[in-house]
Design a protein around this ligand. Structure first.
Ligand code: PYL
Length: 273
């Protein structure tokens, strides 16, 4: 998981409206609607106002990312949840959240980012929710993915999830990564997934791309009219790339929104493990 920087998240709360407009325009969905669609729930199945969310800053490992908790909180508030950042960090923050009887706790360290639903005793995971949400965005922007040739760039945690989700949507999936062994591991489990050994050539050959890689995509490799759904950070697309292609990207909001909606939905389902 590539770590976000303070700079990546600094403007997120102010830019939620812009992202909402962008998604409405290119996918026909609001952030909330896209998040719900991603996790397979009806938009009105849960009323966010009925859920309190605590975001607990985590100082372990590389520590706090300035603006991270604020961005998660503001994303949840945007969706209609009652959200706050705990005064305390780490375990003490977790304790504070449970004492305040919240419904959902968001916490992220360097390896994982989860939304834990205390009633359902179940987590929504950022890598899975992000994969689902960016796939939903691509599907919405392209109409349907059935029989479409879709390239997944990056065979890490998000990329491999995207590949399997795409298969379920009936797409023809090719995966590429500078680490071919990772692609082969995915293909071993899902033989329908094709492997492209040359990353740049694969990008040149595809109109529909899910980019789950931190590596830079060369603008000259992008097809005119391509649709690139890209949670990968850092986002290194230049202005020319944005002219050539529809690039759907934000560093945190779309994945977080899907986590929040899915986590609340666990309560609705009465889900217990
Ligand atoms: C969850 C994001 C999406 C992309 N990269 C992931 C990342 O940056 N993970 C690290 C998150 C650390 C958060 C820090 C804090 O401020 O609480 N512990």
């Amino acid at each position: 998981m590539t770590r976000l920087t303070d700079n990546d998240v600094k403007d997120i709360p102010q830019k939620l409206g812009e992202l909402e407009e962008f998604l409405e325009k290119h996918t026909g969905r609001s952030i909330k609607k896209l998040a719900c669609e991603a996790v397979g729930m009806w938009e009105y199945a849960v009323d966010p106002k009925e859920y309190t969310i605590a975001v607990v800053p985590v100082t372990t490992g590389e520590g706090v990312i300035n603006g991270f908790s604020e961005s998660v909180k503001e994303t949840c508030t945007w969706l209609g949840f009652d959200a706050f950042i705990t005064e305390h960090t780490d375990i003490h923050g977790f304790r504070e959240a449970t004492e305040k009887k919240v419904n959902i706790i968001f916490m992220a360290d360097d390896d994982d980012f989860v939304a834990y639903n205390l009633q359902a005793r179940k987590c929504a995971y950022n890598s899975m929710s992000t994969a689902k949400a960016y796939l939903a965005a691509l599907a919405a922007a392209t109409d349907l993915l059935v029989k479409k040739e879709v390239l997944v760039v990056g065979a890490g945690r998000v990329g491999s999830r995207m590949a399997t989700l795409l298969l379920a949507k009936g797409a023809n999936v090719t995966i590429t990564d500078i680490d071919l062994e990772k692609c082969k591991a995915i293909q071993k489990e899902y033989p329908r997934v094709k492997i492209a050994e040359d990353v740049r050539e694969a990008i040149r050959n595809h109109k529909y791309i899910l980019n789950a890689s931190p590596a830079h995509i060369e603008t000259e490799d992008i097809q005119e009219g391509a649709i690139i759904s890209s949670p990968g950070v850092p986002n290194t697309f230049d202005a020319e790339a944005y002219k050539k292609a529809l690039i759907i990207h934000d560093p945190l909001v779309i994945g977080t929104a899907a986590m929040a909606m899915e986590s609340a939905y666990f309560s609705y389902l009465g889900c217990r493990k």
